[in-house]
Design a protein around this ligand. Structure first.
Ligand code: UDP
Ligand code: MG
Length: 310
């Protein structure tokens, strides 16, 4: 019999929590397997803490972690994974925007042998055109620049097999976007689709500023494109300026007038700029190597092991 851990970050969700509990509990009970619901109270300033206390008193399957302050949804998800004891971990928002019945579909996929089941949003109700447009651009940009298969229209509503959870927990970095890390670790991944409803109560916590931070956390730890780009640009500039020099020399040899001394200034500056960029780029490359060492990610992840016991 499998055990499931539902992990739920909650920040000022006093209005939504009872709805969430009432929706999820009967579904999980219907499975007739073991489960736990772990709420991570991310430093809420409303009655979230008291409400969770009440739920935990009534139901031993409800577990709660209270953060000392607001650390953000990504940190809450990390905590949930660390505390979870299930064979499969399902991350869900507290506001019922991740429909609980879809979690059952995820469990069915997991039983078929998938290690990660992403919830993919078909429709995005109650989201502004701006949010949709930025999400669209971001995921396409992200895939191009990081060369990772980070799926579009996918948030943190996912099921993770135990071995995926262990792999994610072995990644040490502080700046984390779980979605990007999930793409990085690999394993057998699949999707279930769902219509994303509006939140059941309360308001979104994601301001533009928080979204930008999240976007950075997804890109910068997973690419060194911005660091190596100066090398490419520098070489390009240097080559262009050398070609320019050669053209000028040929022109002056055959006696064509092309602007005198001032004209030579252009390729000279470009050449110097090119050299500076290349040097800077190499220094950046070194920074990138140091960053990877500091990140101290595992160099590989083993998906399965056979006959290795003892
Ligand atoms: N959340 C959190 N810490 C934060 C912000 C949000 O734990 O600093 C939780 C929030 O309670 C919810 C989930 O993360 O369960 C998603 O947040 P929200 O619904 O505000 O985001 P949206 O669905 O609008 O993108
Ligand atoms: Mg929400």
């Amino acid at each position: 019999m499998a055990k499931y851990s539902i992990i739920v970050p909650a920040y000022n969700e006093e209005k939504a929590l009872q709805f969430f509990y009432d929706a999820v509990t009967p579904l999980m009970r219907s499975l007739q397997e073991e489960y736990e619901i772990i709420f991570i109270n991310d430093g809420s300033r409303d009655a979230t803490k008291e409400i969770l206390r009440g739920l935990a008193d009534l139901d031993k399957r409800v577990k709660v972690c209270n953060f000392s302050r607001n650390f953000g949804q990504q940190a809450a998800l990390l905590c949930g994974m660390e505390m979870a004891s299930g064979d499969a971990v399902i991350a869900m928002d507290a506001d019922l925007q991740d429909p609980p019945e879809v979690a059952l579909e995820m469990i069915a996929k997991w039983k078929e042998g998938y290690d990660v089941v992403h919830g993919r949003r078909k429709k995005r109700k109650g989201e502004t055109v701006f949010k949709r447009a930025t999400a669209y651009v971001y995921y396409r940009f992200m895939r191009k620049i990081t060369k990772m298969e980070m799926p579009a229209d996918v948030g943190d509503f996912k099921l993770y097999d135990r071995k995926v959870v262990n792999a994610l927990l072995s990644m040490g970095e502080h700046d984390r976007l779980l979605r990007a890390q999930t793409a990085w670790v690999g394993f057998k991944q699949t999707f279930v689709e769902f219509d994303r409803p509006e939140r059941v109560a309360g308001e979104t916590h994601y301001t533009l500023k928080k979204m930008v931070k999240l976007a950075e956390a997804g890109v910068l730890p997973n690419t060194d494109y911005h660091l190596t780009f100066p090398i490419k640009l520098g070489f390009l500039l240097s080559i262009a300026s050398v070609l320019c020099f050669i053209t000028f020399i040929v022109l002056s040899c055959i006696g064509v007038n092309f602007g005198g001394l001032v004209a030579w200034l252009f390729p000279s500056i470009a050449f110097l700029g090119g050299i500076i960029l290349v040097c800077q780029g190499f220094a950046n490359l070194h920074t990138s190597m140091i960053y990877k060492e500091v990140q101290n990610r595992p160099k590989y992840i083993i998906a399965e092991k056979y006959n290795f016991d003892e």
